[in-house]
Design a protein around this ligand. Structure first.
Ligand code: SAM
Length: 281
């Protein structure tokens, strides 16, 4: 079953949370010269025109990237948010107008240096065709296949450092367990890997299976952050977005907390952000 299409949700509050975290991690890793391999296990299309029929159906970006974009002149005091919004502006067709929202492959390749590598997995044939429209630099490759098994098969990588984004659609309940098992397998093969995992906050709280699987597997240094739009509500489904980061770079917690002080009020009065160690060092 592959029915999920990210275009329906592009640029929503969860994308802002996920891509800001990804951007902060990536920028930190790129401060050192040593090359990095970035692996995106669930790539999606790479770049989302906001005028697309699927995106217009729900217009979720209106409670996501849009209010930040509209307030960007006021948000320059926060270095992370200002740099992130400047990057969003580089994804636009024309200066000053928000026409596109960049997906994770775009974020990964935008800053890729000559010696860095990027592997972008996408299983859905139609989504993979869309991804094929994204021009890639020489160090990046797209792969049509299963991102979780593909990731583990390709380890260890040729570069000294590794950064992985795992961002499934969680259409199958078993994905929470599979993601936990994959993270444990990655860390067994590459102990210093930085691994980011996105998870939805739903009233059924299935993400706990993922979090507990990772903790029970004995991993250390696992940080999590959660951005919620409202209290859990059975009728309305996803109420928040979660990010796990294994081996988070130094300063990530403070940088994101500072940015979220500006972001949360723009996403609604009930929007809240919190972060803590899920498993300490
Ligand atoms: N990471 C993207 C971003 O941030 O822009 C969004 C990804 S979306 C949440 C999940 C994607 O995973 C969908 O495009 C879906 O087709 C794809 N997918 C589902 N199962 C997969 C699998 N086993 N391996 C690779 N891709 C898969």
């Amino acid at each position: 079953m592959l029915s999920y299409q990210h275009a329906y949700h592009a640029g929503n509050f969860a994308d802002v949370h996920k891509h800001l975290t990804l951007y902060a991690v990536q920028q930190h890793m790129l401060r050192k010269k040593t090359p990095v391999t970035f692996i995106d296990t669930h790539a999606g299309r790479g770049l989302y025109p906001l005028a697309a029929e699927e995106t217009r159906r729900l217009d979720e970006y209106r409670q996501g990237v849009l209010p930040l974009w509209q307030q960007r002149a006021r948000l320059t005091a926060d270095p992370l948010l200002a740099a992130w919004l400047a990057a969003v502006s580089r994804a636009q067709e024309a200066e000053g107008r928000l026409s596109h929202y960049p997906g994770s492959p775009w974020w990964l390749i935008e800053a890729l240096r000559e010696a860095d590598r990027a592997l972008l997995f996408e299983l859905h044939p139609g989504e993979h065709d869309h991804l094929a429209e994204l021009p890639l630099p020489p160090g990046a490759r797209r792969l049509h296949g299963d991102g979780l098994s593909g990731l583990v098969q390709r380890l260890p990588v040729v570069t000294p450092r590794l950064c992985v984004l795992i961002d499934p659609s969680y259409e199958r309940k078993t994905e929470y367990r599979e993601v936990a098992e994959t993270v444990l397998a990655v860390m067994r093969k590459v102990r210093h890997a930085v691994v980011l995992v996105w998870y939805p906050l739903l009233p059924a709280a299935r993400h706990l299976e993922l979090l507990e699987g990772i903790r029970d597997g004995g991993l250390r240094k696992v940080w999590r952050s959660e951005l919620t739009l409202r209290e859990p509500d059975e009728q309305r489904g996803m109420f928040g977005s979660g990010m796990l980061v294994v081996n988070p770079p130094w300063g990530l917690d403070e940088a994101l907390a500072a940015a979220m002080v500006h972001i949360a009020p723009l996403l609604g009065d009930a929007c809240r952000y919190r972060a803590d160690w899920w498993v300490e060092e």
